[in-house]
Design a protein around this ligand. Structure first.
Ligand SMILES: *[C@@H]1O[C@H](CO)[C@@H](O)[C@H](O)[C@H]1NC(C)=O
Ligand SMILES: *[C@@H]1O[C@H](CO)[C@@H](O)[C@H](O)[C@H]1NC(C)=O
Length: 282
């Protein structure tokens, strides 16, 4: 505990904490898609588009080491079968860390799947999947990643759906030293996305479009020129120690009981030699 506190004290002095009410022009670069990704309305709206020739994507200009990141997304409406919309944090390299939201499209009226994963030092295989309790194509909804030294919490409209705790004391690596970019993309994955690949993309419905707004980041911006790797604001960083309170814990249970459709920690067939160790800890 004392060491953690010290760590924060040091963090607090060395790094830039930003509270960003975002502007897509300032915060993101369009990285691929040859004109299919667009920043509109003076940076308040971003759209990604997918057609038979290509998808598209963007990436944050900054790299972050810890943060509380909110993004509102309106997913591809109508027949979105075969499409995948991603929103994730990732570092680079073969032992990279990654925190994933992926939205797997479906036929009109059939439910999207929200797919989540956490990679630590290059190892993922920690999938959990959910249905949503609303139609994610009708309106914008807020998808959030809280990443601090204690845990990673995925939330939807403020409701936590998944927590990955720091279990380093039990020998399980935790993302804490590799800065990550924020990425998003829209692409075709009809070999696996919808009903395991049974339903293919209907290209007569292209272009498929997903929309983004209200990017908000309270986060530590990584600076490659600085040798230090920490945050310098002591006032606005309560998210750095935020955890699930009693209400959060009961809501996460509600989601997991009612909307979780896959959990690697329950997939006996996949782990005949025994579940990954974090399954009994997390
Ligand atoms: C953090 O430090 C940077 C440069 O050292 C400074 O520009 C910035 O205003 C500081 N931010 C806060 C929130 O104190
Ligand atoms: C699509 O709809 C089918 C039928 O309701 C469902 O089994 C499946 O989980 C849905 N989502 C995806 C991405 O396949």
């Amino acid at each position: 505990m004392k060491i953690t506190f010290l760590f924060f004290l040091i963090l607090s002095f060395l790094f830039l904490v930003v509270a960003l009410a975002g502007n897509f022009n300032q915060d993101f670069d369009i990285t691929w898609g040859d004109g299919r990704a667009k920043i509109l309305e003076n940076g308040q709206l971003m759209t990604l588009s997918l057609d038979k020739a290509s998808g598209s994507g963007f990436r944050s200009k900054n790299q972050y080491l810890f943060g509380k990141i909110d993004l509102k997304i309106k997913l591809v409406p109508g027949n979105s079968a075969g499409t995948v919309t991603t929103y994730y944090l990732s570092s680079i390299g073969s032992s990279h860390d990654e925190i994933d939201f992926e939205f797997l499209g479906n036929l009109s009226g059939d439910p999207y799947i929200l797919h989540t994963n956490v990679f630590t030092q290059g190892k993922g295989d920690r999938e959990q999947q959910f249905y949503l309790w609303f139609d994610p194509t009708k309106d914008f909804h807020t998808y959030s990643i809280l990443w601090n030294p204690q845990s990673i919490i995925f939330s939807v409209d403020g409701t936590p759906i998944r927590q990955f705790k720091n279990m380093e004391s039990s020998g399980i690596p935790y993302p804490k030293s590799q800065p990550m970019w924020i990425y998003s993309s829209l692409w075709n994955a009809d070999d696996w996305a919808t009903r395991g690949g049974l339903v293919k993309t209907d290209w007569t419905k292209a272009p498929f479009i997903a929309s983004y707004t209200n990017f908000n980041a309270q986060a530590c911006v990584w600076s490659s020129t600085s040798t230090a790797s920490s945050c310098n604001s002591t006032t606005q960083n309560s998210w750095l120690s935020e955890n699930l309170d009693i209400t959060g814990q009961s809501r996460i249970k509600w989601v997991q009981n009612n909307y979780m459709i896959y959990n690697y920690c329950n997939d006996i067939k996949r782990f005949p030699q025994g579940f990954p160790r974090e399954c009994s800890l997390n």
